[in-house]
Design a protein around this ligand. Structure first.
Ligand SMILES: CC(C)(COP(=O)(O)OP(=O)(O)OC[C@H]1O[C@@H](n2cnc3c(N)ncnc32)[C@H](O)[C@@H]1O)[C@@H](O)C(=O)NCCC(=O)NCCS
Ligand SMILES: Nc1ncnc2c1ncn2[C@@H]1O[C@H](COP(=O)(O)OP(=O)(O)OP(=O)(O)O)[C@@H](O)[C@H]1O
Length: 198
């Protein structure tokens, strides 16, 4: 079974692209979602996050206070590195366990991660896809989706590797702009991955 990494800057549309792969029966591991789940369920991680970012990192019902943590880490590179060092190893382990339960008949799986290249996890994948979109389109999409300001989105964009660097590490590109069809591009890659294992 092939492991295909898929990434893209904030608002590039990587989750949207993954939903198209899911309609073709391809299982997707959503690293960002899993990261947030284990930050609530893994008690060692919970203790680490509280110790690094304060007890306010969690609400009284135990849910994650995303806004509190985001306000700290996206304004301070050292704090972000501290959070990444706590969370990323646990996400790597969760992916390994997830892959083991995928039926052997499945030809390939996708690992969707915002920080695939930055975290080094792309090295453990057989191929990596970069989803691209123009900066202005990404900014507008996230502002509309999350109800946040341009400055808040830019603070995250600044913490991610620029597309010109990601392109050098990617094996496949998907253009998620207003003119290229996602379905056509996903179908082409799906055939390519199936052919590569025949
Ligand atoms: C800081 C947190 C609490 C903010 O939560 P929030 O609900 O606002 O954002 P969410 O997790 O949905 O992420 C939205 C987008 O923000 C960007 N982003 C998230 N974490 C990071 C990060 N560590 N570095 C750079 N960009 C990031 C990504 O583009 C991501 O797709 C959360 O993102 C988090 O716990 N991040 C650390 C874990 C992580 O690195 N996740 C991403 C890769 S596994
Ligand atoms: N081709 C498209 N046309 C119109 N809207 C789109 C398109 N692709 C994505 N969007 C919208 O843009 C927003 C961002 O897309 P999505 O959540 O898939 O991006 P993402 O790369 O996973 O973002 P993040 O890094 O924040 O997790 C969503 O509201 C989505 O519905």
């Amino acid at each position: 079974m092939l492991k295909i990494g898929i990434t893209g800057g904030i608002g590039s549309g990587k989750t949207t692209v993954c939903k198209v792969f899911e309609t073709l029966g391809i299982p997707v591991f959503y690293a960002d979602t899993v990261a947030k789940q284990i930050m609530v369920t893994d008690q060692i991680l919970v203790a680490g996050v509280k110790s690094a970012f304060g007890a306010q990192s969690y609400a009284a019902d135990g849910s994650l206070n995303n806004k509190h943590i985001a306000a700290i880490v996206f304004n301070n590179a050292d704090e972000l590195a501290r959070l990444n060092a706590l969370v990323h190893p646990a996400v790597f382990r969760a992916f390994d366990s997830w892959v083991k339960q995928v039926p052997a008949t499945v030809p390939y799986v996708l690992k969707e991660a915002a920080l695939l290249f930055e975290s080094g996890s792309y090295k453990l994948c057989d191929q990596n896809i970069l989803v691209q979109a123009p900066e202005a389109v990404k900014l507008q999409r996230v502002m509309e989706r999350d109800g946040v300001t341009a400055e808040q989105v830019k603070a995250r964009m600044d913490k991610q590797l620029p597309d010109e660097d990601k392109i050098k590490l990617a094996d496949q590109l998907i253009n998620n702009n207003e003119k290229d069809s996602l379905i056509v591009q996903v179908t082409r890659l799906h055939r390519l991955f199936l052919n590569s294992i025949e």
